[in-house]
Every structure is written in structure tokens, then in C-alpha cells.
Design a protein around this ligand. Structure first.
Ligand code: SAM
Length: 199
């Protein structure tokens, strides 16, 4: 029942925020490249999209996950509630609070710009340059459902003021209310210290 699953999803997000990662998962992480963990997340989104009672449908997840992500999905215990929670948060702020900017820090293989029909939203995806080298060719020819999508290649751990790159984006207006989403980033070595930034 979708409403029951949704209630469970919200509870799971709150629980997951306070719970350490399972040991087997934590052991796996140091071996995984950044782009690989992003593909694992997309692999989980693909699996959820196949369910009859799916809490979201991501038509690009399979392509973005690739064979590696599909073989080793991240795990629905975290991915499904986290993704649905984020979707609801964005939609609520768009429809009820007039927010028109979304910044995804550590965006990975996120495809919300292609699956959430929010025609005035400007999406900024911040992640490592190597991630976008994999991702951008996969998105060629796909139709955006938002006003714009901008890839902002940066490395939080470089010590530079990475937010400077965001402020340089012609579409980004630091004076506008913005939803910021950090999903699966804070446990990464590069995500624990976002260094110097100012928006
Ligand atoms: C586990 S993935 C989560 C991806 C996406 N948020 C999701 O939920 O599908 C972590 C993401 O953080 C990015 N990341 C890790 N360290 C980073 C750094 N130092 N600078 C920029 N991005 C980083 C990785 O490239 C990867 O895409």
C-alpha cells in the first residue's frame, strides 16, 4: 500500500540519520570509486522503479547505473526512503513556498531534472569532474522536465572555495531561496569537510 510504504519511508529516513552504516556496507565503501557509489545508488533507484507500488519512478536509472550499479545496488533500506523524502521536500518547496532553485551537493547519478515535472526549477548538480565525465554522455538526447540543469564540476576536498563555481553559473542567483540536498555525501571522505564556501 503506497501510503503505508510512504509512512515507513519517512520513519526510515529519520532512523537512518541516527544509525551507523551496516558493517558489511561500511567495509565495502573504501574500495569503491566515487562514480561507482553513485552508480550503486542509481542501481537501487532502478530496482524501486520496477515495483508495482514504487515510491518513485526513475526511467534513466538503469542507464545511469550501468552494469556495475545494477550488479551491486546500494540497498533499498536507505535509497528508497531517502529518495522519496527528497522528492517530497523539493516538490513541497516548489509548489507551496515558491522555491525555484535546487542545488544537489554530491549529485552523483541523480536524474531528478529528468523525472520531476517542475517547469520553472533550475537544478545545479555539484560533484567531481570525473563523475560528470561518465554522466554527461549518458544524458545526451534526454528531455529535461525542469527549466535548466547545470553541472558544476568541483572537488569539496580541494581546499578551494568550491561555492565560487556555483556563483559563477549564469543561472544561479544567490539571493533566491534554494533547496539544498546532500544525499549520501556526508559519509564520504570528501563530503565530511565541505571546506570553505559562501553563497
Ligand atoms: C554515494 S554517492 C551519492 C550520489 C547521489 N547523491 C545519490 O544519492 O544518488 C556520493 C557522491 O558524492 C560525490 N563526492 C564524494 N566526494 C566528493 C568530493 N570531494 N567532491 C565532490 N563530490 C564528491 C561522489 O562523486 C558521489 O557522486
Amino acid at each position: 500500500m503506497p501510503s503505508l510504504r510512504r509512512a515507513f519511508a519517512v520513519a526510515a529516513v529519520l532512523f537512518a540519520a541516527k544509525t551507523p552504516m551496516p558493517r558489511s556496507y561500511a567495509q565495502k565503501m573504501p574500495k569503491a570509486s566515487h562514480a561507482f557509489t553513485a552508480k550503486m545508488c542509481a542501481g537501487s533507484r532502478f530496482l524501486e522503479s520496477q515495483r508495482r507500488d514504487a515510491l518513485f519512478v526513475d526511467p534513466l536509472a538503469s542507464k545511469l547505473a550501468g552494469p556495475e550499479g545494477l550488479q551491486q545496488p546500494m540497498g533499498d533500506w536507505i535509497m528508497v526512503p531517502r529518495t522519496r523524502f527528497g522528492d517530497d521536500f523539493i516538490i513541497e518547496h516548489y509548489t507551496q513556498r515558491g522555491v525555484r532553485q535546487l542545488v544537489l551537493l554530491g549529485a552523483g547519478m541523480d536524474a531528478r531534472a529528468y523525472r520531476l515535472r517542475l517547469p520553472e526549477l533550475k537544478v545545479f548538480e555539484v560533484d567531481l569532474p570525473i563523475l560528470f565525465q561518465d554522466k554527461e554522455p549518458l544524458l545526451e538526447g534526454e528531455t529535461l522536465r525542469v527549466q535548466s540543469r547545470t553541472a558544476v564540476p568541483t572537488d569539496f576536498s580541494s581546499g578551494e572555495d568550491w561555492s565560487w563555481r556555483l556563483r559563477q553559473c549564469p543561472d544561479f542567483d544567490p539571493r533566491q531561496p534554494t533547496v539544498w540536498l546532500l544525499e549520501g555525501l556526508m559519509m564520504r571522505p570528501g563530503g565530511q569537510n565541505l571546506g570553505k564556501w559562501e553563497v
